[in-house]
Design a protein around this ligand. Structure first.
Ligand code: NAI
Length: 385
């Protein structure tokens, strides 16, 4: 596919345009806001200069990538697109209006995709006369750096549209994970306990932020601790995602947001971007020291990891994606040290079931219910791989 239209020249749209242009596609990047277009162009100039400095691209490649992107200010300019990817505000009615208008300009076989993180693809597709051409293509931020892209067919999407989309995104050098059109898709669903269980451990007074982060990094081998990561993402954003997943799952207690994070967001302690979150980012701030107790650390890691494994197993149980795609998604999308289902095999399914039942016995909360798949696999002596 050569001609790509990108709608919305913000953080994600600009990154997606860069990815497609780098792969040799002709990209038209559209935004209603002219300033957004000029900012996007300036940002790309800076990014590409940095890539030259690092020796990743040559000055000729920079010129070629830039020449592959045309900045346009009418939707009609996207009329020769073979694939359009929308990355505008996360608002269903705005997206539906744009999709319906776009369909009047593009050819019959143009694929119309959305980069939404939280809206259902089926609902977006329903705005089109031909919903079978609609699909979710969910990039991660920053799009040029993050390897993973979730591809989400809606129940209306045709098989040929799914196949063509997967091929195109793989040609752009990305790892594709195909996910069912359910809240959070793969990553934003399976990753919830990384934050939620860490917050719960803190709320129970078992350990402080620094100790939980130290445990997950030093003992669990995760690249960032949950609190560092929430500060990096922004507590407002991370809280909003959790709340949206929680309500989309009809208030399943497994996804219940934590008051701690709500209060941090309300107080404006958003993390790095506001200078203060779980940690203080001001110039002379001293970083709090963790309690480097290996027994406590192991307990913390075991509890968070078992909840992640349980979530991954349940996603497989409900056919959200294949085991390979679930594992790939967490490794390539959020840099987990290992696939969660692979880890479950290593730990032993019997041990996973035992740990979940132990948590359930302690709390009697539905949040700690063991996935029926783990239990069945244990009874039948199966492993994931
Ligand atoms: P952003 O706020 O940086 O950019 C949105 C852009 O869309 C703005 O430049 C705005 O002028 C433009 N826009 C708004 N309405 C428009 C319209 N009707 N027609 C054309 N342009 C319009 O937003 P961001 O962060 O890039 O997010 C865009 C989409 O990507 C959202 O659906 C979001 O959920 C999704 N997403 C965001 C991620 C992130 O980490 N920021 C990650 C993955 C998905």
């Amino acid at each position: 596919m050569k001609n790509i239209g990108v709608i919305g020249a913000g953080t994600m749209g600009s990154g997606i345009a860069q990815v497609a242009a780098t792969s040799g596609c002709q990209v038209k990047l559209f935004d209603t806001n002219k300033e957004a277009l000029s900012k996007s162009k300036e940002a790309l100039e800076k990014v590409l200069l940095r890539l030259i400095d690092k020796g990743r691209i040559t000055p000729e490649e920079k010129t070629r990538i830039q020449a592959n992107i045309t900045y346009v200010n009418t939707l009609k300019d996207l009329s020769d697109s073979q694939l359009t990817i929308e990355a505008i505000v996360e608002d269903l009615s705005v997206k539906k209006t744009v999709f319906a208008e776009l369909e009047t300009f593009v050819s019959q076989d143009c694929i119309i995709a959305s980069n939404t993180s939280s809206l259902s693809i089926a609902s977006i597709a329903s705005s089109l006369k031909d919903p079978s051409r609609c699909i979710g293509i969910h990039f991660f931020n920053p799009a040029p750096l993050m390897k993973l892209v979730e591809v989400i067919p809606a129940i209306q999407t045709s098989n040929s549209v799914l196949e063509e989309t997967v091929k195109t995104i793989a040609d752009w050098g990305k790892t594709v994970a195909v996910a069912k059109d359910t809240p959070g898709f793969i990553v934003n669903r399976v990753a919830r306990p990384f934050y939620g269980e860490a917050l719960r451990i803190y709320e129970e007074g078992i350990a402080d932020f620094a100790t939980i982060d130290w445990s997950m990094k030093t003992i669990g081998d995760f690249r960032m601790g949950p609190f560092e990561l929430m500060d990096f993402i922004g507590n407002d954003i991370n809280y909003a995602v959790t709340e949206s997943v929680f309500s989309a799952f009809y208030y399943d207690p497994r996804y219940k947001p934590a008051f701690t994070q709500k209060r941090f967001a309300e107080a404006g302690f958003l993390g790095r971007k506001s200078g203060k979150g779980y940690y203080d980012y001001s110039e002379n701030a001293t970083k709090p020291s963790p309690i480097e107790d290996h027994n406590l650390g192991r307990e913390i890691v075991d509890r968070i990891v078992i909840m992640l494994i349980n979530e991954a197993a349940d996603a497989l149980f409900l056919n959200i994606a294949s085991a390979e795609d679930i594992d790939n998604a967490m490794v390539k999308g959020v840099n987990y040290p290992k696939g969660l289902l692979e880890l479950a095999d290593e730990i032993g399914i019997d041990r996973c079931v035992f740990k979940m039942d132990e948590l359930y016995d302690e709390y009697h909360e539905d949040r700690y219910r063991c996935s029926p798949l783990l239990r069945k696999m244990n009874t039948e002596n199966h492993t994931f791989y």
